[in-house]
Design a protein around this ligand. Structure first.
Ligand SMILES: Nc1ncnc2c1ncn2[C@@H]1O[C@H](COP(=O)(O)OP(=O)(O)OP(=O)(O)O)[C@@H](O)[C@H]1O
Ligand SMILES: [Mg+2]
Length: 381
């Protein structure tokens, strides 16, 4: 029997729950061509959400809309971005391999594109060379590809780009961002949905008024999935496989993982695997110990990569402290001077270990890491 929970992969079909409001908002934004940026801490479900909306639109609105999904995680340079971008847009818009070949010549002929076919994966790929150092280089055809295809097909095009923060790594990222924005804002039949997994980098791209993408579109701060939805979801998934879990115990799973989508699914899976027919409190306990054991090595590696003061800072957060610059807290946790707090915040934020909420409260991003720090690290230190 397949386990009924999923984590580490995109949540689809029966593995997907809630997000009704966000689904509707995103769908309406896409239909009305409103650019949208999605920001959330890691593994809260951005990719799953965009995929779900994309699938809905591909099914319900394929006559008037083309959805193009692109992940630029592996694109380490502008050139790679341009290739991935062209490939994704042409593939989404031109349904067959023959049309793809003709299309690549028609739209990108100046770049002498070459289309190769892989027998093993049964996929085709467009490649071309561009010399970014060439002073008079114009990449207008590539950047305007969605708008051109929208005009030619008579359909609206939605371009969804995952792991968008990667563009910050490119050689001259600021100039690149300016170029993208300059082109994209002229596209009248295209909408862009940009999102990714590094919250602080995305905030810097989209929420900083000195940056080209400031006020590019709606910013959707994705929330966690609510406790009541988890209780219902976990109960249903158990029932679908002939097992039973009480609402109280399902709620306990969600509470322990602070409703974190990835971990709630992972913990539920561990509990489900140990349940023969009826789940119990004891099963919840053994499953949690086993899960944290599995994660321990990972967390120990995180700790090993930190300075003693950074570790102390995390411990102060875990202990519920909030006035980090007060003499008492600085001394109690050996955090150095109050000026050092700024550096500690920055370093741990950049490592995606903490989050600063809109009310300035500092929290540990990963609920399992927090649990481990509290219940394992402190006691065995
Ligand atoms: N709507 C949902 N219903 C149930 N589980 C979900 C949902 N969305 C996400 N999850 C769970 O969270 C996990 C992570 O989801 P996803 O990869 O979509 O998040 P993400 O925000 O894109 O993560 P990352 O920041 O790492 O890119 C999924 O594998 C699944 O276990
Ligand atoms: Mg993702």
């Amino acid at each position: 029997m397949d386990a009924p929970f999923i984590y580490g992969r995109i949540a689809i079909f029966d593995n997907y729950t809630d997000r009704e409001k966000e689904l509707l908002l995103l769908k309406n934004n896409f239909l009305n061509l409103i650019n949208t940026v999605i920001i959330s801490p890691r593994r809260w479900g951005k990719t799953s959400l965009v995929n779900k909306v994309s699938e809905m639109l591909k099914k319900e609105h394929h006559k008037e809309i083309i959805v193009c999904n692109l992940d630029i995680f592996k694109c380490r340079s502008e050139e790679q971005f341009y290739k991935a971008y062209s490939n994704a847009i042409l593939k989404a818009s031109l349904s067959t391999w023959e049309k793809f070949i003709t299309g690549s010549k028609k739209y990108l002929g100046r770049f002498a594109p070459n289309v190769s076919f892989s027998d093993t994966t049964q996929t085709y790929e467009l490649s071309f060379g561009i010399d970014l150092k060439e002073p008079n280089l114009s990449l207008d055809e590539i950047l305007d590809l969605p708008q051109t295809l929208a005009n030619d097909t008579g359909k609206k095009i939605i371009v969804c780009i995952d792991e968008f923060q990667n563009i910050k790594e490119y050689a001259d990222s600021l100039a690149f961002q300016r170029t993208l924005r300059a082109h994209w804002q002229t596209h009248s039949k295209v909408c862009y949905c940009l999102y990714g997994s590094k919250r602080h980098l995305l905030m810097d791209i989209f929420n900083n008024y000195e940056m080209p993408f400031y006020k590019f579109g709606d910013i959707l701060f994705l929330q966690k999935i609510g406790r009541a939805d988890w209780v219902q979801f976990i109960g249903k998934r158990f029932a679908a496989t002939g097992k039973h879990i009480s609402e109280e115990l399902s709620g306990q799973i969600a509470d322990t993982m602070q409703n974190h989508p990835y971990y709630t699914q992972q913990y539920s899976q561990q509990v489900w695997l140990r349940t023969e027919k009826e789940c119990s409190e004891a099963i919840l306990q053994t499953a949690l110990v086993s899960l944290i054991d599995q994660l321990s090595l990972l967390f120990t590696n995180v700790i090993d990569s930190l300075t003693p003061k950074q570790i102390n800072f995390l411990l102060a957060i875990v202990a519920g402290e909030d006035s980090f610059s007060s003499a008492e807290v600085l001394k109690k946790y050996d955090l150095g001077t109050s000026a050092n707090i700024k550096n500690l915040k920055k370093a741990t934020l950049e490592k995606d270990l903490i989050d600063i909420l809109p009310n300035n409260q500092i929290v540990i991003q990963d609920p399992a890491f927090e649990y481990w720090l509290k219940n394992y690290y402190i006691t065995t230190k």
